[in-house]
Design a protein around this ligand. Structure first.
Ligand SMILES: O=C(O)CCC(=O)C(=O)O
Ligand SMILES: [Fe+2]
Length: 309
């Protein structure tokens, strides 16, 4: 399914931190040490970018032109084409013309292949078997994956008195893995472990990868589902393209026994359908996994006293 978001869903006005971060892990997928670097990035950030990803440039440029065309249509044309949603928070969906289908399919199948390769490299890096333990969920015919195009019109500084507009509120992606790129326009921010939001510089030559909630659960919290948001750009229109690789609706999601090594499971088992239903009912910024966390037994501190609170 292709989903086109409404132009800039503006949630609230606030002062946001615009510190540019140059430390996003960059992983060259063609290098022999990439498996362990992927694991490290998923543990430390839940976010990284990849080069030598194998997605043909032609697929990327064609899709980007198509997206620019969609979003530059006058409102009346968008309405005619079913590109506007009646409710400002709803997503607009529409049927595509055969040529457009060809462009979207080419891009999505190539990006899906890359996402699955990354998931297989992660399994290798974690030394768990089979190699396709994660990727088979995305490869499955019934996989509940989504492809989304977002558009954020420019929000000039003078108009908003130096304040930044949040174009897409903070959240984590619920699926297994997300593959993102933009039209070389800044706006994406991620939350670091130290609690600081940082701006991610755009990069035309890379794909950005997010760990999703389901992968966090399958790794019993070892990999972090990254909290992120988008701040509207002051001068340029931002278009982003995201492929969300998800499992089949009936798939049971739980920590993998091969990764537990005697640890307690942090989450109770749930189906992807249950999680998706719960996530869509909750607020975007909520810790949506909270409802699926297991209550941990009271911890014992160094003096071996039971700590009850
Ligand atoms: O537009 C972006 O860069 C990110 C959007 C996003 O996080 C999402 O669609 O889940
Ligand atoms: Fe997201």
């Amino acid at each position: 399914m292709v989903v086109l978001s409404k132009p800039a869903v503006i949630e609230h006005l606030s002062l946001v931190n615009n510190t540019i971060f140059h430390g996003v892990p960059l992983i060259d997928l063609s290098k022999p040490d990439s498996n362990s670097l992927l694991v490290k990035a998923c543990r430390e950030f839940g976010f990284f970018k990849v080069i030598n990803h194998g997605v043909p440039t032609e697929f990327i440029t064609k899709l980007e032109s198509l997206a620019i065309h969609f979003f530059s249509l006058p409102l009346s044309e968008k309405e005619k084409a079913g590109l506007t949603a009646p409710d400002p928070l709803a997503m607009a969906t529409r049927k595509l013309a055969p040529m457009e289908i060809c462009i979207v399919n080419g891009y999505v199948s190539s990006v899906k292949k890359m996402a699955c390769e990354i998931l297989e490299m992660l399994a290798e890096g974690l030394k768990i078997e089979p190699r396709n333990i994660f990727s088979k969920l995305v490869m499955d015919e019934e996989s509940d994956s989504i492809f989304r195009l977002n558009h954020y019109p420019p929000c000039p500084d003078d108009q908003f008195k130096g304040r930044n507009l949040i174009g897409f509120g903070e959240h984590t992606d619920p699926q297994i893995i997300s593959v993102l790129r933009s039209n070389n326009t800044s706006g994406l921010q991620v939350l670091l472990k130290d609690g600081n939001w940082i701006s991610v510089p755009p990069d035309q030559n890379s794909f950005f990868i997010n760990v999703g909630d389901s992968l966090q659960v399958m790794t019993n919290g070892m990999f972090k589902s990254v909290r992120h948001r988008v701040v509207a750009n002051t001068s340029k229109s931002r278009i982003s393209m995201i492929y969300f690789g998800g499992p089949p609706l009936c798939e049971k999601i739980a920590p993998l026994p091969s990764l537990m090594k005697g640890e307690d499971s942090l989450y109770r088992e749930f189906t992807w359908f249950e999680y998706k239903k719960s996530a869509y009912k909750s607020r975007l910024d909520e810790n949506r996994l909270g409802r699926f966390e297991k209550l941990q037994p009271p911890c014992v501190n160094k003096e071996r006293k039971i700590v009850l609170s």
